[in-house]
Design a protein around this ligand. Structure first.
Ligand SMILES: NC(=O)c1ccc[n+]([C@@H]2O[C@H](COP(=O)([O-])OP(=O)(O)OC[C@H]3O[C@@H](n4cnc5c(N)ncnc54)[C@H](OP(=O)(O)O)[C@@H]3O)[C@@H](O)[C@H]2O)c1
Length: 228
């Protein structure tokens, strides 16, 4: 996948049946990326794919569904959008199919019941743990941690917050930034994958802001960067 390619590469969105993943699936398909939703259940993936397809404007790319490993195998880029508690098991299912590819992690480690308090897992953060589990044959970038699922499925909704993208591989980050743009968001290179611990932690902070202000989608925006 390159920024000047004409045909859009297929994306696998593991956990694309969920709140966050389904919004991203819809936006990417609307932007012309064929998407394969990954799920523990092929039937569930196909059902959600059919439901989301009905919401797509004319000219969109197709959305399909399959089991996690098969979906990961079908995607040129794999997006992982599952709860942190499910990450290790899900990564084990897709690891073989991800070798040689870029994996974009969306997940945030949250420790119920204190989901508005920053909590870091033993491996540093969810993205670093995914990278360690997937191995050197996979280039992990972390992105989309701070964008609420609340309005993602409304294609007319202009997302205001920025997407902080971290990773140790430049091309992987460039792909994630390209995917942010395709979904109508502004992606910013936020440094190495170790910095994902800050980005993931911000989500817990934003959940607290949402609760205290009785809103659903607070976000963050970086100032000082020229943008169109
Ligand atoms: N929701 C948000 O606003 C938001 C915003 C930013 C980041 N995030 C992060 O993005 C990730 C996904 O969030 P979400 O709200 O979309 O989560 P979700 O709807 O609860 O779950 C997403 C999908 O993960 C799979 N899953 C759930 N529990 C599982 C388990 N115990 N074992 C294996 N698979 C399981 C399910 O897919 P199948 O049943 O189809 O397998 C589910 O549809 C999380 O890490 C979250 O912290 C969420």
């Amino acid at each position: 996948m390159t920024t000047n390619s004409h045909a859009k590469p297929p994306l696998a969105v593991i956990g694309g049946t969920g709140a966050e993943g389904s919004g991203l699936v819809l936006r990417w398909a609307a932007a012309g990326y064929p998407v394969i939703i990954g799920s523990r259940s092929r039937e569930k993936a196909e059902t959600v794919a059919t439901e989301l397809s009905a919401e797509l404007p004319p000219g969109s790319a197709p959305i399909a569904g399959d089991e996690n490993a098969a979906a990961a195998a079908a995607g040129d880029v794999v997006v992982l959008s599952v709860p942190y508690s499910a990450q290790e098991g899900t990564v084990a299912q897709i690891a073989a199919a991800c070798q040689g590819k870029v994996v974009v992690t969306v997940g945030v480690p949250l420790k119920p019941p204190k989901v508005s308090t920053v909590w870091r897992p033993a491996g540093g953060c969810a993205a670093q743990e995914a990278q360690a589990q997937l191995g050197d044959g996979v280039r992990v970038a972390a992105a989309f941690q701070n964008v609420s699922a609340a309005h993602l499925k409304d294609l007319s909704y202009a997302v205001e917050c920025d997407i902080l993208v971290t990773g140790d591989d430049k091309e992987a980050k460039a792909i994630a930034i390209e995917l942010a743009a395709a979904a109508g968001m502004f992606g910013i290179d936020a440094g190495p994958l170790a910095n994902a611990s800050v980005v993931e932690g911000l989500t817990a902070l934003l959940i607290g802001v949402n609760i205290r202000n009785k809103i659903k989608s607070s976000g963050i925006r970086i100032t000082g960067i020229p943008r169109d």
